[in-house]
Unconditional design. Structure first.
Length: 332
């Protein structure tokens, strides 16, 4: 296999290796869709220069309105938040008041945009959920920085895993990523508790590392209950438990949960088996059990952690802590 590289491309060895494996994937030397109809293809040109990933990429969020992609990464002396264009061009980064990003979410309202980050660090910025302007200006901090806890007044978190914010300002937080808490909170737009559910355990409504959260248009909250190897579903108004899925996760628990742009499917990352599972989203009514309609098998040691979906184009972005990169998959 011969790579024809334009002379203007200044690639390091890491860049050549990255491009080589992307081309192998593009030619389908080892098809990840054996026996399945392909639903996504890898965008081998995203990002344009992968060398901007200098740490472990834990999370990714898409601003569909402004066509931006935010990436949270960890490491010593690396920018913690990178911002790319939808086309894959690096735009800028920021590093202030972010210690160990775990989850990231972009909120667009009629008047403003903001970036929400969960910080699981144990230093002076950790155990918090923070709101930033698109340029990285700190706007709001939920939780007392540096203090792990479980209280609601004042708010305290212990390694909060992910946040989802509705346009109304209602906030859903899964807390935490291996700390003392195993709970799902709904907060109002003035940061007061609306409801809370969850303790450590395997029963209905209990969690063992609630790792990712999303909300559908039908009033349901979906939680990746990672170490219980299931997804649990709750009523967004009351917090009532609506059902759970477990049969799709016998090999590995769900690390992320995101809907496709048409809300017909859920995209779930399974880190330990390096796979994306595409599950059929149930209509309004009974949750039933999960139906896996497709999978995307990633390379060994890729370790997909969290994903996000562009709700305009339908593209899926995957933050991979093993490969230390974010990859973009385009729907066919």
């Amino acid at each position: 296999l011969i790579l024809l590289i334009p002379p203007s491309w200044d690639l390091t060895a890491k860049g050549y290796l990255f491009l080589y494996f992307q081309v192998l994937k593009a030619f389908d030397y080892s098809s990840p869709w054996k026996g399945q109809q392909q639903m996504y293809k890898l965008d081998i040109g995203w990002p344009k220069i992968p060398e901007y990933f200098t740490g472990q990429t834990f999370c990714v969020a898409v601003d569909s309105l402004h066509r931006l992609v935010y990436v949270g990464q960890r490491g010593d002396n690396v920018p913690k938040v990178l911002v790319f264009s939808e086309e894959g061009y690096f735009l800028y980064s920021w590093n202030n008041t972010v210690e160990m990003p775990h989850g990231i979410f972009v909120l667009n309202t009629a008047t403003d945009s903001s970036v929400w980050i969960t910080d699981v660090g144990t230093g002076k910025y950790g155990h918090t959920v923070k709101q930033y302007s698109p340029s990285g200006k700190l706007m709001q901090v939920l939780g007392t920085p540096g203090n792990a806890g479980s209280s609601l007044i004042p708010l305290q978190f212990d390694q909060p895993a992910e946040v989802f914010v509705e346009e109304s300002g209602d906030i859903y937080i899964v807390d935490g990523d291996g700390g003392m808490n195993n709970r799902l909170l709904k907060l109002s737009n003035d940061y007061k508790e609306i409801w809370l559910t969850g303790t450590n355990g395997t029963g209905i409504g209990q969690f063992n590392i609630p790792h990712s959260v999303t909300v559908d248009p039908f009033g349901r909250v979906w939680v990746a209950d990672r170490d219980n190897k299931r997804i649990q579903v709750f009523d967004k108004v009351t917090g009532e438990w609506l059902g759970s899925w477990s049969s799709c996760f016998s090999e590995d628990g769900p690390y992320s949960v995101r809907f496709t742009a048409d809300y017909k499917y859920l995209i779930v990352a399974q880190l330990n088996i390096n796979r994306l599972a595409i599950l059929a989203a149930p209509p309004v009514g009974s949750i039933g059990d999960c139906i896996m309609v497709n999978t995307v098998q990633l390379a060994d040691e890729t370790k997909p952690h969290l994903v996000d979906v562009d709700m305009k184009s339908g593209a899926v972005y995957v933050a991979e802590i093993g490969a230390q990169q974010v990859q973009k998959y385009i729907p066919l």
